[in-house]
Design a protein around this ligand. Structure first.
Ligand SMILES: Nc1ncnc2c1ncn2[C@@H]1O[C@H](COP(=O)(O)OP(=O)(O)OP(=O)(O)O)[C@@H](O)[C@H]1O
Ligand SMILES: [Mg+2]
Length: 245
């Protein structure tokens, strides 16, 4: 049985799609079979960030409408990351129940299923969360992002997941020291969610949106996601703030 995790944030642009791909890559590097599911209908960032846009034939909406078998909608794989792309347009026929059944039918083939949810706390997020047992909430260290994250955390636990964890993204040590970003304790209190990791601001990711262009070597954010992947795998990896400086 796969561990099915929805990635949510409330506020847009918190880093959900980036987190899905980098966590997925770290879990694949650890020998796990990983399916990324794009649940952000119409935006489809994961096709670009995984570099699999050219391979896309079907999306999960085709499976829900019986135009394709669920397994045939999955692209990639072959010892790398697999992707189930999102539909390009919304439809009233894409129900949370149908989406959940589809993801559960794919579950036995994977160790982890990471579902990249849309921004907001509406029906799109409820659909994305429906198949998941766990939620990872992302927030940037600012008041607007953390209040969106708290709202998403309250909503997500009514949609399926029974456990939530927080990733503080785009953390800048110097900014926190100078009181220009809110500090870690305040963020955890405000979000009301247990922390699983902190990802620093990383200029190496600035080109990631261009066809999934990633630096080959490790970078501060990539290393942080690899530590978070280790924690998801049950390893005890301490939170070393000095690595974020
Ligand atoms: N740790 C980081 N350091 C620097 N840039 C980052 C970091 N994490 C994410 N970004 C950048 O932030 C932008 C938004 O990231 P991303 O698209 O992953 O957010 P999102 O939450 O999926 O957005 P949306 O709500 O639109 O789906 C991207 O340009 C990405 O490269
Ligand atoms: Mg996204």
């Amino acid at each position: 049985m796969a561990e099915r995790i929805v990635i949510a944030s409330g506020k847009g642009g918190a880093g959900k799609s980036t987190a899905a791909v980098l966590l997925g890559r770290s879990l694949v590097a650890a020998g796990k079979k990983v399916l990324l599911v794009d649940a952000d209908i119409g935006l489809n960032a994961l096709r670009i960030l995984t570099g699999l846009a050219q391979k896309t034939v079907y999306h999960w909406g085709d499976a829900l409408l019986n135009r394709a078998d669920g397994k045939d909608c999955v692209i990639g794989g072959e010892n790398g990351i697999s992707l189930l792309p999102a539909p390009d347009t919304p439809s009233a026929e894409y129900t949370a129940e149908g989406f959940r059944s589809l993801i559960l039918s794919l579950d036995p083939s994977y160790d982890f299923i990471l579902i990249d949810g849309p921004a907001g706390i509406g029906e799109g997020m409820a659909l994305a969360a429906a198949p998941a047992q766990k939620a990872i909430l992302l927030s940037a260290p600012d008041d607007v992002s953390v209040s969106g994250c708290a709202a998403a955390a309250r909503r997500v636990c009514t949609c399926g997941p029974t456990q939530s964890r927080l990733i503080i993204n785009r953390f800048r040590f110097q900014a926190v020291r100078k009181c220009r970003q809110i500090n870690i304790d305040h963020m955890i209190d405000r979000a009301g969610v247990r922390l699983i990791g902190i990802v620093p601001e990383d200029k190496n990711l600035w080109y990631f949106g261009s066809a999934g262009l990633l630096p080959k070597a490790s970078s501060p954010a990539i290393d942080a996601y690899s530590r978070i992947a280790g924690r998801l795998l049950g390893e005890h990896i301490s939170l070393n703030i000095s690595l974020l400086k």
